[in-house]
Design a protein around this ligand. Structure first.
Ligand SMILES: [Zn+2]
Ligand SMILES: [Zn+2]
Length: 164
């Protein structure tokens, strides 16, 4: 992330904390720094590891709490991947791409499609002020598709062997 964008995000975080009368703790800024180190999606464990890599110790509950603050501040957005997993992403990045989501293994891939972006930007939403959007396309990734085909082939071969 370039320092201009980082400063911008840090400033809006500071403004939010001031506005809400929340303490500007060193921990919160260390977590923000960790968040900004990701160029794609991350989950709570990845974020916690990233912060520890920077030799800063924060408890998981502090990470959770700060993520809530960052969500509230509109700096981070979250995606409910399945009933257990939640992924996060900087809002600044969220609108730059769509997501391909594999329903078999849960992997996400990002694709850029300027056509979709311009369509959504031009879309009229009377009586509603859009803030951000994210598009998920659900399906099966190549890895899972290959696996399914392999399993199918093996089952077929197994059957012919049994018939002999
Ligand atoms: Zn994304
Ligand atoms: Zn998959």
């Amino acid at each position: 992330m370039d320092s201009k964008l980082y400063n911008e995000i840090q400033e809006s975080f500071t403004n939010y904390l001031t506005e809400k009368n929340l303490r500007k703790t060193e921990e919160r800024y260390a977590i923000l720094e960790g968040v900004c180190a990701f160029t794609g999606h991350f989950d709570i464990i990845m974020l916690h590891n990233k912060i520890e890599e920077a030799r800063y110790y924060v408890s998981k509950s502090t990470v959770y709490n700060t993520l809530d603050v960052l969500l509230d501040a509109g700096i981070v957005v979250s995606y409910q991947i399945n009933s257990q997993a939640v992924q996060y992403e900087l809002k600044k990045y969220a609108e730059t791409h769509s997501h391909l989501f594999c329903t078999k293994c849960g992997s996400t891939r990002e694709i850029k499609n300027m056509h979709i972006k311009s369509c959504l930007d031009a879309m009229k939403t009377p009586g509603f002020t859009p803030d951000f959007y994210s598009l998920y396309i659900y399906g099966i990734c190549r890895k899972c598709k290959n696996k399914i085909q392999k399993e199918r082939k093996e089952r077929k071969e197994g059957k012919t062997k049994q018939n002999k």
